[in-house]
Design a protein. Structure first.
Length: 291
């Protein structure tokens, strides 16, 4: 199994782990590393507009209980330098460069939303690097997206304490309650918090995500190039990247499992953090790896 070439931080959590940096290819990448020093690292690829501190500590800390977990800012995001690209292929190249800079020869990838598009690109291009793949709330190339209309609707809800509440959760009382708990968890870290770089990040990211979904891929070339075992996860009522994307990916991937969570939106993994962690751990530990 791949071993990280950095000191163990077993006791660290997303809220307490120091922000570290690694530099190369003209970019200084910011990242945090949790969990044991040995094992196949799980690299997290974040959603549109998100940085390291937009991850849910309940999810990240749960996953890091028995495996190395790395959360990072891709180029231009948060405290990473460089310019945020406006296409998925370039974002994937930057993420691949980051993984190489850490000296990792084999990783698992967890891509959420925009990060799931990047994860697909990396897995398709680098079969030997990616052992297993978790795709959450995302879409295949040529898939369905409603990014701008959903964002406009969310930001029009001035009574919401955070736009992520209407974006990630449904209108039911149970989902909304889970959303409020999630928002509270994301604010637990008080010191050395990541930064929001505004439109310099969101404008190119939006262009990249929209272009990815607007580019027809009738032969499903990206998905069919992915031979690694994949876990595809979606919320039942995801309005941004609807759940039919998850089913489409499940059908075309050669070795995939599909999980749909009830009464949940784009942030289903944050609504059901314990269940999500359990599903991911079971998948990573027991699903046979690609031959």
């Amino acid at each position: 199994m791949t071993q990280l070439n950095i000191a163990s931080q077993d006791a660290a959590t997303l809220e307490t782990a120091p922000t570290r940096y690694v530099e190369g290819h003209g970019i200084r990448f910011a990242y945090r590393r949790l969990g044991p020093a040995t094992g196949t690292p799980l690299v997290l690829l974040q959603h549109f507009s998100g940085n390291i501190d937009a991850w849910d500590p309940a999810v990240v800390n749960g996953l890091a209980a028995d495996r190395p977990v790395i959360a990072f800012d891709n180029a231009g995001v948060g405290r990473s330098t460089g310019q945020t690209p406006d296409n998925i292929a370039a974002m994937a190249r930057d993420a691949f460069a980051f993984i190489n800079l850490l000296g990792l020869s084999e990783v698992d990838l967890l891509g959420f939303s925009l990060g799931g598009c990047i994860a697909q690109q990396i897995a398709a291009e680098h079969e030997r690097l990616v052992r297993k793949l978790i795709l959450v709330g995302t879409a295949p190339r040529g898939g369905e997206e409603h990014l701008l209309s959903v964002l406009q609707e969310a930001f029009s809800q001035t009574d919401a304490p955070d736009p992520r509440l209407p974006l990630f959760f449904t209108k039911s009382s149970a989902s909304r309650s889970s959303g409020l708990a999630f928002l509270k968890r994301t604010k637990l870290r008080k010191d050395d918090r990541d930064t929001d770089n505004g439109n310099a990040v969101t404008d190119p990211q939006a262009k990249a995500l929209i272009a990815w979904c607007a580019t027809p891929d009738p032969e499903h070339a990206i998905l069919r190039a992915i031979r690694q075992p994949a876990l595809v996860v979606s919320g039942s009522h995801d309005t941004m990247l609807p759940a039919n994307n998850a089913y489409a990916m499940f059908k075309e991937l050669g070795n995939a499992q599909l999980v749909l969570y009830p009464d949940s939106g784009h942030g289903a993994l944050f609504q059901y953090p314990d269940m999500f962690v359990s599903h991911v751990r079971t998948f990573l530990e027991s699903h046979p790896a690609a031959a």
